[in-house]
Design a protein around this ligand. Structure first.
Ligand SMILES: [Fe+2]
Length: 330
């Protein structure tokens, strides 16, 4: 299916929601957005990826549908994670459109933005600095967070969130030695708490989630769709710790569960028992495999002894329970 065709269908589908928000000002959630166990919930956040905000109307309205659903949640979300490709080109007008969408809603107590390859391109192709400047500026405008780098860490309800970033302008990430050292130090610090650690990185590690097969290339190379050359260095660090949840996007894979992994060649949530990898579908675009529904992501509920990863269509206010996974904490 051509990208143009998929984009047209995706936008047409989203118009149903677009008009709901335009006309009525809000969306009526069909499935109540509430946690499974109110008495025992410790952390409750939503994660979406690949919003690809442009300066256009349809993309902004689609995002607003999702933000409205989050704002209407019965248990206020502790955080909303945007796992990269927040904008289509990292341009000021796209960030402005994004900021306007966020000004209308309060989806969560905290918002975490991660940079993706589309955010580092800008119209100044080979220069990272202008893209970084835009990301840092609008990260402050939208989240209130002062950054000096695109990578950073924070703590929410006592849980560590470590947000990685490419420092280059290519499709694959470039993770500098400095960032690798920082990652090691942050993981050491986080591990002292003996709680699940959430690592947000737009790019998944190599050969996860069906990689290197990505967009139908016949002979993909081994690093396609992944972090790129530093993927093994990153993986080596992350796999030294327990209860690590890596949340990525980038490959626009639709939701796929373990039962569908033979059919589609991947699962959206993979786990080796202690390293857990959650790959988010593109919020904005239909996927080429797995569930093709756009507007989806995961709502993540953390309890003392388990993490419940619940798929939700934020634009239609409905759970996608076929893709839920419960992961015990070691
Ligand atoms: Fe993307």
């Amino acid at each position: 299916m051509s990208i143009l065709f998929k984009t047209v269908i995706s936008v047409l589908l989203s118009l149903v929601n677009v008009f709901t928000v335009s006309v009525f000002g809000t969306v009526e959630s069909k499935d109540a957005y509430k946690v499974q166990n109110e008495d025992e919930i410790l952390l409750n956040f939503a994660a979406i990826s690949d919003v690809h905000m442009t300066d256009g109307f349809a993309h902004a309205q689609m995002l607003k549908c999702g933000l409205a659903d989050m704002e209407n949640a019965q248990n206020e979300l502790d955080a909303l994670v945007l796992a990269g490709d927040i904008t289509d080109h990292g341009l000021v007008e796209e960030y402005e459109n994004l900021q306007k969408a966020f000004e209308s809603f309060s989806p969560a107590k905290e918002i975490l933005m991660a940079v993706g390859n589309h955010d580092t391109w800008t119209d100044d192709n080979d220069r990272y600095e202008p893209a970084k400047e835009n990301f840092v500026k609008y990260s402050k405008e939208i989240t209130g967070r002062e950054l000096t780098q695109c990578y950073y860490s924070t703590e929410i309800n006592g849980y560590s969130f470590i947000v990685m970033a490419s420092e280059g302008t290519n499709v694959a990430a470039y993770i500098s030695e400095t960032q690798l050292e920082w990652l090691r130090a942050e993981m050491d610090k986080a591990a002292e708490k003996d709680l699940p650690i959430f690592v947000i990185c737009h790019w998944p590690v190599a050969q996860s989630h069906g990689l290197p097969e990505t967009f139908g290339e016949e002979e993909p190379s081994i690093l396609d769709g992944s972090l790129g050359e530093q993927t093994y260095a990153v993986e080596e660090i992350l796999k030294d710790y327990e209860n690590v949840f890596m949340i990525s996007g980038h490959i626009h894979n639709g939701l796929s569960n373990a039962g569908q992994s033979e059919l589609y060649g991947y699962s959206s949530v993979e786990s080796d028992g202690t390293f857990h990898s959650i790959n988010l579908p593109s919020f904005m675009y239909m996927s080429s495999r797995g569930s093709m529904l756009s507007g989806c992501g995961y709502s993540i509920e953390v309890y003392e002894d388990e993490v419940v990863v619940r798929a939700r269509s934020f634009t239609s206010g409905m759970w996608q329970s076929d893709y839920d996974v419960t992961i015990p904490i070691m």
